[in-house]
Design a protein around this ligand. Structure first.
Ligand code: ADP
Ligand code: MG
Length: 695
């Protein structure tokens, strides 16, 4: 395999544009891509035609506007290129207008009621900053999705807007440091994607996996992950063949798939790409997830992207590595080596610290979902409390700045930002704190709370916007300063003092941390139902409006969509549980109890006077557990009826969190107990042991 040749071979990238487009057209398209210049329809026509010719060469017969509605996954509708001719034949045709705008019949996508009052129509608009590509005989055109009245209906548009806000404010700061060469600042993301691979036959035999993506039942297997023998372990042949195939597919799509390894849990794995600009990383992560699923089918496998497919076994996350970069390639979270670079770094770092402290709620809720609730705080992922890790060296620097004391006692005077240099900061991974939700790792932050099935858009809309807002305030203050270095120093010291409580370098999994965090006044929004309504808090609406990322109305509708999604997921899970309990588990256990009773009766007849107390206890226990389980199924049934009465999404979500989930847990406990007390072969679907060690 020639990887350089394969890489990006199905992508209409800069190289292809340069090869296939007339010089002047290429130039104006690049101007649109790099600087956001408006695109002329005459240019679009030429681009569309070249794109179509290239795609047809690659075997494409259709095109689609590919978009990201608020469902969190992608959507597509395929149109063929054919256009009839007078002689009853067809030609392959694709116009600039078809490239630039689309009009999918989109009335069934969640809009939180935005469209009901206007018009049902939704429009898609080409996003030229993310390359078009060919997949399965179709030309995919990445697009943004909005309503007739201009209201945003997707996850991509606000992500682009948050990047624009960050660009604007970060450039103001760079100019203050005398940087005149950077034309653009954008955030960068590299997302480590965790996933499970299970045998397709196991998957097909479990309604819970089919309907909900996770197991709603399942007793702990004798062997789980306690030996920690899977993490970075040798990759099995079947998995290795899958990973090779996956890499190849991703490379063709121009995705920089780089690292692959086994994760902590049995049958859990990870893929990490090389980082790239956030909107591209977000599009590409959608393709990664989709390709993971598609390729699995070819190998007789199923790829589970749920945050917690198995209770008692580590769940899956998506570590969101985030930084800011200039178009000239400067990483703004790289400390640098001169006093000026150090000062600039400290200012950007302080902006992030302030942002994370002031908007803990937004970060928390950007990763809130029914699935991720199982993971956060389960001692395998960060807790629901947002804090940040900066490392010992930086903490010392921060301390010294804050208290005006000498750094490290090395005979230096107290540090003056913009004048003195920072000590060397290690960039290795040895002192990494892997329990922190938001960790500085040398030249980027790693946001570890993101769930494996999440779109990257939500968390990064949040990070971009809150950091942009800190930078805006810093720029406002420093632009008017007479003595820049003195003002810079004072600002950083003041802001660090104000927001230092968010820094925690200790073990985030320790129970003491929750107490300590409470003393510090940090938020602890335990579940999604509690966290999500804060999206529409006044301060958050104002933040998004000020930075032109969301309108107030969009924030409110999005809050409702997220809350409704939470309740819908739980409703489906509860229904699936009832179904499996009544239709599968109960009949299987009843059959088993009957056979035990019959055998016992026969034995007692044959061996009068002999007693079988253990066997009797076993039968009694099974009979009682079966009864208790059925009771819980009935209770769930009536709770679901009761849930119909809740009118606001926030109240309904709380009802599911507080009333429905506990009964689901009880129901499961009875079922799992019975699983352990029945003979092999009786249980109506594959067990944890069978699924987890199936590949
Ligand atoms: P870990 O030790 O956390 O498993 P990995 O090396 O697997 O780390 O992943 C680190 C991720 O961070 C990669 O996707 C990498 O491309 C990404 N990354 C590195 N530098 C940056 C940066 N400046 N901005 C965003 N992401 C980055
Ligand atoms: Mg990581």
């Amino acid at each position: 395999m020639n990887v350089p040749e394969l890489f990006g071979s199905n992508v209409f990238n800069r190289q292809v544009m340069q090869d296939k487009l007339p010089k002047d057209i290429y130039k104006s398209l690049i101007k649109t891509i790099d600087e956001g210049a408006p695109l002329d329809m005459s240019v679009a026509n030429v681009v569309a035609n070249a794109m179509k010719d290239w795609a047809v060469e690659k075997g494409a017969t259709h095109f689609t506007h590919w978009f990201q509605p608020m469902t969190g996954i992608t959507a597509e509708k395929h149109d063929s290129f054919i256009s009839p001719t007078k002689d009853g034949k067809v030609i392959m045709d694709f116009s600039g207008k078809e490239l630039v705008v689309g009009e999918p019949d989109a009335s069934s996508f969640p809009s939180g009621g935005v469209r009901a009052t206007f018009e049902a129509r939704g429009y898609t608009a080409w996003d030229p900053t993310s390359f078009a590509f060919v997949k399965d005989g179709t030309l995919y055109i990445p697009t943004a999705f909005f309503s007739y009245s201009g209201e945003v209906l997707d996850k991509k548009t606000p992500l682009l807007k948050s990047m624009a806000a960050l660009n604007k404010q970060a450039l103001r700061i760079l100019r203050l440091f005398g940087n005149t060469s950077a034309k653009r600042v954008f955030s960068t993301v590299g997302a480590e994607q965790e996933y499970f691979l299970v045998d397709r036959k196991m998957f097909d035999a479990r309604k819970d996996l089919i309907f909900t993506g996770r197991t709603l039942f399942g007793a702990k297997p004798p062997k789980g992950q306690e030996l920690e023998d899977h993490y970075f372990g040798a990759i099995k042949t079947r998995v290795s063949a899958y990973m090779k195939d996956l890499d190849e597919e991703l490379w063709k799509l121009g995705i920089l798939a780089k690292t692959k390894h086994n994760e902590v849990a049995p049958s859990q794995h990870e893929l990490a790409p090389v980082f790239t600009s956030t909107n591209v990383a977000s599009d590409q992560n959608q393709l990664v997830m989709e390709t993971m699923k598609r390729v699995a089918t070819r190998h007789g496998l199923y790829c589970l992207l749920h945050e917690k497919p198995f209770a008692g076994i580590n769940g899956s996350g998506k570590h969101n590595n985030w930084s800011m970069s200039t178009d000239t390639g400067l990483n703004l979270l790289d400390p640098g080596s001169t006093p000026a670079e150090n000062g600039q770094f400290m200012l950007f770092l302080t902006a992030v610290i302030k942002a994370v402290d002031e908007y803990q709620d937004l970060l928390r809720l950007s990763v809130a979902s029914a699935g991720n609730d199982h993971r956060l705080g389960a001692n395998e992922a960060p807790p629901a409390i947002v804090s940040m890790f900066v490392g010992e060296e930086l903490e010392e620097v921060i301390d010294s700045l804050e208290k005006g004391v000498k750094y490290n006692g090395k005979g230096k005077k107290t540090m003056k930002l913009g004048v003195d240099t920072l000590p060397e900061l290690p960039k290795d991974t040895t002192d990494r704190n892997r329990t922190s939700p938001f960790a500085f790792t040398g030249n980027k932050f790693e946001f570890r709370m993101v769930g494996s099935s999440f779109s990257l858009a939500g968390p990064n809309i949040t990070i971009n916007t809150i950091v942009a807002d800190s930078l805006r305030q810093f720029a406002d203050e420093l632009e008017g300063a007479k003595d820049f270095n003195a003002a810079l120093h004072d600002l950083v010291v003041r802001e660090i003092k104000a927001h230092k409580r968010i820094i925690f370098n200790g073990n985030n999994y320790a129970p003491e941390w929750a107490e300590e965090a409470e003393k510090r006044g940090l938020l602890n929004l335990k579940n999604a139902a509690e966290a999500l309504p804060h999206f529409a808090d006044k301060k958050n609406v104002e933040l998004f409006e000020r930075n032109k990322v969301f309108t107030a109305r969009e924030v409110v509708t999005r809050t409702d969509i997220m809350l409704e999604n939470y309740s819908k997921v739980l409703n489906i899970e509860a229904l699936t549980m009832i179904d499996m309990a009544k239709q599968d588990i109960y009949p299987a256990v009843e059959g088993y109890i009957s056979s035990l009773c019959a055998a016992l009766k026969e034995k007692k007849g044959t061996l009068p006077g002999v007693s079988f107390p253990a066997e009797e206890r076993m039968i009694a226990k099974l009979a009682s557990d079966a009864e208790r389980m059925l009771e819980r199924a009935e209770m769930l049934d009536s709770l679901l009826v009761e849930s119909k009465a809740y009118e606001t999404p926030a109240k309904l979500a709380l009802f599911f969190a507080e009333k429905v989930i506990p009964v689901m847990q009880e129901l499961r406990a009875y079922a799992d107990g019975m699983e352990l007390n029945t003979a092999a072969g009786v249980w109506p679907f594959p067990t944890y042991g069978e699924i987890l060690f199936s590949v």
